[in-house]
Design a protein around this ligand. Structure first.
Ligand code: SD4
Length: 308
């Protein structure tokens, strides 16, 4: 089904996040408010070890968060490697609305957040700390694919430290006025080098919205998405007439074509929504899923098409 209003988001936990976004969309609220509220559900979820509070830390045991938001007017805001703030997406929105800038990073982003009234909190939970300490014993950097996906009953290979890696939330919404917005938020790849920033807070890579055409977001190994400016590519392909799923597939094929050997062992998934409310996705590997919510059904979970 398609049409408006509609909200879609990455992975299983997108169902709960969509329901929060729906509270706004179903009352004719804006797509911007909907995506900001929706992804906060994943940020606050302590059991989700790849977004916000409870996220797995970097190699040095520090939780650093990346997030960005983009509205129907082409406004956008982002925070990179932000520490100790539970809702980086809300800070990203403040960057968009209260500053002349698009991105704030590290200490500067934290300083700005505190000035805006956000509270400093410890985001490293006991569970994530234990996982990290376990990981330190071998300190092997090896992302596990699709570890959060409940549609596939495969048990992911158990690695030391239980590395949860591909679980960023990217969300796209089309409101009842026909306007589009998107949000993307993550704690990034588990056990990354301190200071590493992925695709998720980069406008055009982890998220892009063009109100004339549609929006796209991504999940997976961010380096490959940045190299191909993935979400911008998906939106531009939709502008040329590709369906959301075809556009996502073409973006995935670029990654595979450039680095076939790398692509065999990593996951990248794209998710897209167009101006008509049509949506689709494509991933390198099986196992990517996304959640869809509209007037007909609020908790639909769809298996993505994939190359392998
Ligand atoms: C990153 N793209 O930091 C994020 C990680 C991710 O699902 O999507 N995980 O590279």
């Amino acid at each position: 089904f398609s049409g408006k209003p509609i909200v879609i988001s990455t992975w299983d936990f997108g169902i709960a996040a969509n329901k929060d976004a729906w509270k706004i969309l179903s009352k004719n609220g804006t797509a911007l408010d909907a995506v900001e509220l929706g992804v906060q559900n994943a940020e606050a979820d302590v059991t989700n070890q790849s977004v916000g509070y409870g996220g797995l830390p970097d190699r040095d045991g520090i939780v650093t968060l990346d997030a960005c938001i983009m509205d129907d007017k082409g406004n956008c805001g982002a925070v990179l490697a932000l520490e100790n703030i539970k809702h980086p997406i809300a800070v990203a929105r403040k960057v968009m609305e209260k500053t002349p800038h698009v991105m704030l990073a590290g200490n500067g982003a934290l300083q700005f957040a505190l000035e805006q009234g956000f509270k400093k909190e410890n985001l490293l939970t006991e569970k994530s700390k234990k996982d990290w300490q376990e990981w330190l014993k071998t300190a092997k950097y090896e992302p596990v694919m699709n570890i959060e996906n409940k549609l596939y009953n495969t048990t992911p290979t158990k690695l030391p430290g239980n590395q949860y890696n591909h679980d960023t939330i990217g969300m796209l919404a089309l409101d009842s006025n026909g306007n589009l917005s998107g949000a993307c938020t993550t704690s990034g790849m588990a056990y990354k080098l301190h200071g590493r920033v992925g695709d998720s807070p980069i406008i055009g890579a982890g998220l892009y919205v063009d109100n004339e055409v549609g929006g796209a977001t991504s999940t997976g190994v961010g380096e490959e998405v940045v190299r191909n400016v993935g979400s911008f590519l998906v939106v531009e392909l939709m502008r040329q007439g590709y369906s959301p799923a075809e556009a996502c597939k073409e973006a995935v094929m670029r990654i595979i074509k450039k680095k076939p050997e790398t692509a065999k062992n990593i996951q990248v998934g794209f998710l897209a929504l167009n101006k008509k409310g049509e949506y689709g996705s494509y991933a390198i590997q099986q196992g990517f899923s996304y959640a869809v919510c509209n007037n007909e059904k609020q908790d639909l979970l769809i298996k993505s098409l994939s190359y392998y």
